[in-house]
Structures are given as structure tokens and as C-alpha cells.
Design a protein around this ligand. Sequence first.
Ligand code: TRP
Length: 359
Amino acid sequence: MLAPDAPADPFGTSAAQARSAVLERLIHEDPGRFRVLTGDRPTGRLHLGHYFGTLHNRVRLQDLGVEMFVVVADYQVLTDRDVADDLTGHVEELVLDYLAIGVDPARSTIFTHSAVPALNQLLLPFLSLVSVADLNRNPTVKDEITHSRQASVSGLMFTYPVHQAADILFCKANLVPVGQDQIPHLEVARTIARRFNERYGAGAPVLPQPDALLSGAPLLLGTDGTKMSKSRGNAIALAADADETARLIKGAKTDSERHITYEPAARPEVSSLLLLAALCQNRTPQEVAADIGSAGAAALKKTVTEAVNEYLAPIRARRAEYAQNRAYLRQTLREGNERARSVADATLAEVRTAMNSDY
Ligand code: TRP
């Protein structure tokens, strides 16, 4: 709920939506002029909210011929203290999910943040280009700070958008697929690129100003009717098996109205289940609702369970295969890291030349 004096569009969503429509056209015309940077903090297995929110869209862009870099943000994840204990395990789970959904290491570079020194070195000049006031204004950082259950805000947390700027700009990505909460972070990356070019570019800009590509994906709710999130225990993992999926959906919150209709505002839980089935079956939630009619919540859940399990079956089978092959997993990361390092070294060299510090 927005406070009464809050701006109606605090993230600049409507401008980003209009721009994204233009970008979609350009991508279809000429995918080769785009480079995407995207990624995740390795917090464990990815779930259906991630999948229909962003992962699916990444594979779509890759398959359209857009070059893609995928960062496993293993430094950023240190802001979530509770997941830092089994970092290797979390990184491997994440890479398994990527491979299972169809991220293809031959076309897309999967790398871990910490293995690319030149990327991290960009942080220092970038930090000099933003003020504490710039960072204090960032609504997403504010929100993350409010929701983190930590006693104090670390410097790492406070400078989060600057790391993201380094992640994006080290490979000169010009396109970043995001949800609307990430728009302010991307604005920081744009500001840093612009200020760097103004200060050091002398007529020859070094860094592109990346665009946000907003996905039209609607928000999937978790089984308790709030935003799907691993930490809330309401998520269905891509890697869950068919029985676990059935159990989770069986326990999902619905309402007491027997006739099933798609009304996201009035019936958020039922509507999100309809949406999930619809996304898996490539039809509209209204069509799914019409099929169920007055058969009630039990029939709805049965439909959703079957739809999810059928949709995820090939992804789960691929994941199980890759999980048997840890050597391939490690090789994928090694090669991705090598490629990211060579790209980062080249950008850092340009940055140092521009800054007059290439001794
Ligand atoms: N912060 C993102 C997350 O929370 C992951 C991420 C790291 C990222 N660097 C990025 C996303 C750069 C987009 C662009 O999962």
C-alpha cells in the first residue's frame, strides 16, 4: 500500500514499460546488437516464481540470438547471512537450474562474481561517481534494508546497486531484463555509465547506458497467497518432485466460493493458481477457470498439479541428468569464468586508459 503522499509511480514503471515495447521490436529486428546481463544471488533452488518471472524470458532472449551473460552473484549473496554457509552447494544448485531450463553455455556465459577480479576492481572508480545521497534515495535498497532481519546495514548492502552496475558494465551489457523493483538499481548503473563517460570519456564514451527490459510477467503468489519466495516457505521449487509438488499445491490457500473464476483483485489465491496452470498450458486463466466451473477448489488443485508436473517433467529430467555430472557442472563454471575474466580485463584496460592510469 502506498502512503497518501507517495508518488503514483515510484519506480518509473510506466516509462520503462513504454521503452520495453520499443526494445522488444528492436530485439526481434536485430538481436545481434544486444548484450544481456542478468543473474541471481545463489540462495538455493529456484522456484516457479523465478521461472515465470524471469528465467523463461532469459531463455527466450537467448534463443532469439541475443548474447547473454549470467552472473551467479556470490559476493552479493553475502548480504543474506544465513545462506553464506554452504555457498558451493548453493552455486551448484543454481547452475543446475540454469542448465535444466535451457541456458546453453555454448551461447551464454555463466560465471561467478568472485572469480572475476577486474569486474570487482571497477567498483572503486564507480563508487567515486555516486554520492551517499544517491544511494540513500534508492527505494529498493531502502526496502531491502527494511526487510533484512539484520541489526545493522553493512557497507555491502548499502552499495548493492554499485556492484550491480559493475556486473552490468564490465561486459558492456546494454539490456537488463528486470522486474519493476529493480528499475532504481538500473538507474544507478545508467547514472554511473553517464558520469564516467562525462568525466573520462572525452568525446568517446567508454560505457553504454543499459536499458531495463521489463517483462510483462504477472506476479505469481506462493501457496499461502503472498509473494512466492523461498524464505516464506510458500514456493514450489523447479527441482521438487511430482509428489512434493502435489502436496504443496494441495495445501495451497483458496477461498470458500465453489465456482472457480479468474478475478485477481477479489480472489487473489484462486486466480494465482489459475494463472499458474495457464502459464504451464499456454492458455488464458479464464479458459482454465471455465473448464473447472463449479467443480471447486479440489478440481482446481488437481488441474494445477497436473499442469505443473507435466510442464516441469522435461526440465526435472534434464536437471537430474546434470546433477549426476558434477564434472560438467564445474567445467561449465570454469569456462564461463574464463570468458568473463577476459571480457572484464578488456573493459578494465579501457577504463584505466580513459582515467589516465594505465601505467
Ligand atoms: N541482485 C540480483 C538478485 O537479487 C542478482 C544480480 C546481481 C543482478 N547482479 C545483477 C541482476 C545485475 C541484474 C543485474 O538476484
